[in-house]
Design a protein. Sequence first.
Length: 173
Amino acid sequence: MIIVGKPGKGCEKYWDDIQKQIAGYVQERRILVRTDYIPDDEVEVYFKAADVLVLPYRNVYQSGVLFLGYNFGLPALAADVASLKDDIIEGQTGFVFKPEDSTELAVVIERYFGSDLYKELSTRRGVVRALAAHRHSWVAVGQITTNVYTELLRMGERRESLNRQASTTSPPE
């Protein structure tokens, strides 16, 4: 097992407890722990070696690491915070769990390792990559952006029209 990534701020006691629990496995080299900064030229090795990406966020605005993992065809188990759940296709690109619920996280980890997504990981990596590329391609993102601006322009035009109507009709005296 490989654990890579910095523990979140405010999680020092929790991380200390985990380190105590896994110390024997680390000493036996059954678990590799790397909690320092991972240089860009080493990132690929970890993503390709991984069976799953676990994102136990408490809160997040966006996660580039999710899409980086998808780029390597790596399924993700992500906490249901912000828009992360919108970027997970249950059973196809990963699974979602309730944030700050270690019991549910354990259930989702077991569910993942019992799923076809894991059992067929070597072939499913390509599917994960393709789904993510399709949903988040430059073309798809460009179309979403175009749609948003088009709707904003329509709203502005409707507001201008209403303002013109209001200014041409005078209130009764």
